[in-house]
Design a protein around this ligand. Structure first.
Ligand code: ATP
Length: 346
């Protein structure tokens, strides 16, 4: 996993909800990004199905050697965006560049350098994984691409024990892993992964994460969509959360999280003295039948927790159901997804 991304990374949210992915050098703090640092860009990208505009003017950047996670609710426009980046869909507005090329006009040249896992698997039921990969090598390689040996590919995704079983008899998770092996077969420098771990059991998912981390460590770039927020937290350097075809939140993962408050929650018995002063965070007190529910939102979790614990000892106050948590991606996501519900009631 690339942990050296420390440049000028920002999270920007516009009034319209449209945002731009941050400009950031991927490796050298303070250095300005150059064209060579950028693997993928979308600029004002728009895509429509008939009258319905599914992608409504988004800007995205994936830097080389990083994983960009594209998140969002169902129907937010993730797959449509990926299809445009892969060159499988012509934009209806704006533009995309992939490894410095137009992915539609220069699709053949790009094909040798990118690997794609589509959302819908399209593997032939009647072949075995070994037969399919060998056929894939012939179809796509024509002697030009240096494909990895079939067995090595199958071992990489833990499918050697299913090597000679018909694909039609593989489980959904096993097919997904075969999709990934296919995408990786010629060691592409850029991966587009549309929900690559959908349907995988926890162990297989962990194995896939490890494989992706290894690839990122060796300089591969990835653009990934997922509904598993823990997957994005585990793998992403940078993320964009789409909502209704626009980017609602974008930025480096650590900065997106750092922009939010941590929380301390607890219940106090009736008659407890006033909360300690000063807390660095903002406390809300909700009266309840059997006391008060306290929620403190803070940027300094350790400091405020220490203050609260000291206060409870000094005043012999019980902190019932005490819970302290750093900001999570789930909170960021639910804030974005919740916008629709709130707007819908207006
Ligand atoms: N072929 C199509 N014809 C008409 N509308 C479509 C078509 N494909 C997608 N859409 C619509 O475009 C919007 C975006 O779809 P898209 O598949 O890009 O979303 P997504 O974020 O990938 O969703 P999910 O998380 O459910 O996979 C959705 O409202 C969807 O119904």
């Amino acid at each position: 996993m690339n942990t050296t991304s420390t440049g000028d990374r920002h999270t920007r949210q516009g009034a319209s909800g449209a945002t731009t992915a941050p400009s950031a050098p991927p490796t050298s703090p303070g250095a300005r990004p150059t064209a060579d640092d950028v693997a993928v860009t979308a600029t004002g990208l728009r895509c429509a199905y008939g009258d319905y505009e599914a992608v409504r003017g988004i800007d995205l950047t994936a830097y080389r050697g990083e994983l960009l996670a594209v998140l969002g609710t169902n129907g937010a426009g993730k797959t449509t965006t990926l299809e445009a980046l892969e060159g499988r869909r012509a934009p209806d507005g704006g533009g995309v560049r992939v490894l410095g090329m137009d992915p539609r006009r220069q699709r053949r040249r790009l094909a040798a350098r990118i690997g794609v896992v589509l959302q819908e698997s399209a593997l032939p039921d009647e072949l075995t994984p070994a037969e399919f990969l060998a056929l894939w090598h012939k179809m796509t390689g024509a002697g030009k691409l240096a494909h990895r040996p079939v067995d090595e590919q199958l071992a990489r995704v833990d499918l050697m024990h299913r090597r000679d079983v018909r694909i039609g008899r593989l489980s959904g998770g096993e097919r997904r892993r075969l999709d990934l092996a296919t995408a990786l077969s010629a060691d592409p420098e850029l991966l587009f992964l549309d929900e690559p771990t959908a349907g995988l059991d926890p162990e297989s998912r962990a194995g896939t994460w490890e494989l992706l981390r290894d690839l990122l460590r060796t300089g591969t770039t990835a653009v990934l969509t997922t509904h598993y927020l823990e997957e994005a937290e585990a793998l992403a350097d940078r993320l964009a959360i789409l909502h209704d075809g626009r980017i609602a939140v974008a930025g480096a993962l650590d900065e997106v999280l750092a922009a939010r408050d941590a929380r301390i929650r607890c219940d106090l018995d009736p008659g407890a003295p006033s909360l300690p002063q000063p807390l660095t965070g903002h406390a809300t007190v909700t009266p309840q039948r059997d006391g008060h529910h306290i929620e403190i939102r803070t940027r300094d979790l350790a400091d405020d927790l220490a203050t609260l614990l000291g206060w409870s000892q000094t005043h012999a106050v019980a902190l019932r159901h005490l819970h302290a948590s750093e900001p999570t991606l789930a909170e960021v996501f639910h804030d974005v997804a919740g916008t629709t519900r709130e707007e819908a009631t207006i």
